[in-house]
Ligand binder design. Structure first.
Ligand code: SF4
Length: 382
């Protein structure tokens, strides 16, 4: 079946599942060849952006989450618009172009908070793109604000929403989800909300998290559901499907799943990445995950099917709260170095994976040696 995949032919469920039983170097070789074929073989991209978690109050209570708090806990928070603006100013200072803004599902917040926030950001930071609110948050809004999904998305778009992150995908098989997070959004709703967002031209990204103890058959099913949705969006929504695919490994420190879920090793991560590149034949862009796997494994991932290093983030709170790869942000210099040392030309992209800037590699790497602080500003200066 590797020959079939190498010829660019679509694999069925049994063939994809069988990939997990093959030697990883062979699977990786095909995945890498497909990556070189589907995207510029010389280039590795990344985005300068910032994560903003506007509230950590959440009533979903996923067993794998170390980020959320109840509203009575002393360290619970909800950011006001000025606090969020201050974070965006820091992003603007390093040449960033988008925020990825997500929070817990905070029952205290009304629709006005969300629409007011979007309007505030657009008015005060007009060059910043807003990709915000995962399907879980959108489901909460749909249930509580008296609007149909259609009307709700129109309202958020009118207020300034540019895209919907695909967080909460994990494994889109409900028995895996029910064990890991009984109150978590079900797969049917996740796809219903993503489909509606894609139909309205919003940016979306497909996600996957491994390490819950899911079977290879369940991982295969997850990939096939994403592939099917991508086919639908490409056909029905003029190509406005998922912009890319991001996959990482479950982190369980400080969570109720600690010691109960197996997580995933670097080998499993790289294997899953390679299988995804082969299975997702209608996805151009596949990200390497440095927040969960660290820079070194993320760099290796560039030869297992990934063509992109994700983003700088500047601030990552959710994966890092549960352990992560010891990283919650990256500088432009660090991502440039990963790409260059692996033999690629680094390029800065927007969230649609369009290249917007070629960083000055010599300046990026040289500046760090004389002044580490300057390295953060390379995106703006270059
Ligand atoms: S993962 Fe998201 S929805 Fe689940 S508990 Fe954490 S903040 Fe809430």
């Amino acid at each position: 079946m590797l020959d079939k995949a190498a010829r660019g032919e679509r694999l069925n469920a049994a063939e994809i599942e069988a990939l997990y039983g093959l030697p990883l170097p062979e699977v990786a070789g095909v995945a890498n060849a497909l990556r070189l074929d589907r995207r510029d073989p010389d280039t590795v991209t990344f985005l300068i952006d910032r994560n903003i978690n506007y509230t950590n109050v959440c009533n979903v209570g996923c067993n794998f989450c170390a980020f959320y708090r109840t509203k009575r806990q002393k360290d619970s928070y909800t950011l006001d618009y000025q606090e969020i603006s201050a974070k965006i100013v820091e992003l603007e200072e390093v040449g960033g172009t988008r925020i990825l803004m997500q929070g817990g599902v905070n029952p205290e917040l009304g629709l006005d908070y969300y629409t007011g926030l979007l309007r505030h950001i657009k008015a005060n930071h007009p060059t910043i793109r807003i990709d915000a609110f995962s399907p879980e948050e959108v489901l909460f809004m749909e249930k509580n604000f008296g609007l149909s999904l259609d009307a709700l998305l129109d309202t958020l778009i009118e207020a300034g929403l540019d895209g919907l992150p695909g967080a909460g995908g994990e494994i889109l098989e409900d028995d895996v989800r029910a064990r890991a997070a009984p109150a978590r959004i079900r797969s049917e709703d996740w796809f219903r909300i993503i489909d509606a967002a894609q139909s309205k031209g919003l940016y979306t990204i497909a996600t996957m998290v491994i390490g819950f103890g899911e079977t290879f058959a369940q991982r295969t099913s997850h990939l096939l559901k994403l592939r099917e949705q991508q086919d639908k969006a490409n056909h029905d929504y003029d190509g406005n499907g998922f912009s890319g695919f991001a996959m990482w490994t479950l982190q369980t420190e400080h969570t109720r799943l600690h010691g109960k879920a197996p997580g995933a090793t670097a080998h499993e991560y790289l294997q899953q990445l390679a299988v995804a590149r082969i299975a997702l034949d209608n996805f151009a862009n596949i990200q390497a995950s440095w927040p969960a796997q660290g820079f070194k494994v993320a760099q290796a991932a560039l030869y297992y099917g990934a063509n992109d290093l994700g983003s700088t983030m500047l601030e990552e709170n959710v994966v890092s709260a549960a352990g992560g790869g010891g990283r919650h942000k990256a500088t432009v210099r660090e991502l440039v170095r990963i790409a260059v040392d692996a033999g690629f030309t680094p390029a800065i992209r927007n969230s649609r994976f369009e290249i917007i800037e070629w960083p000055d590699v010599q300046a990026a790497l040289g500046r760090h040696e004389s002044n580490p602080e300057e390295a953060r500003a390379v995106g703006a200066a270059g």
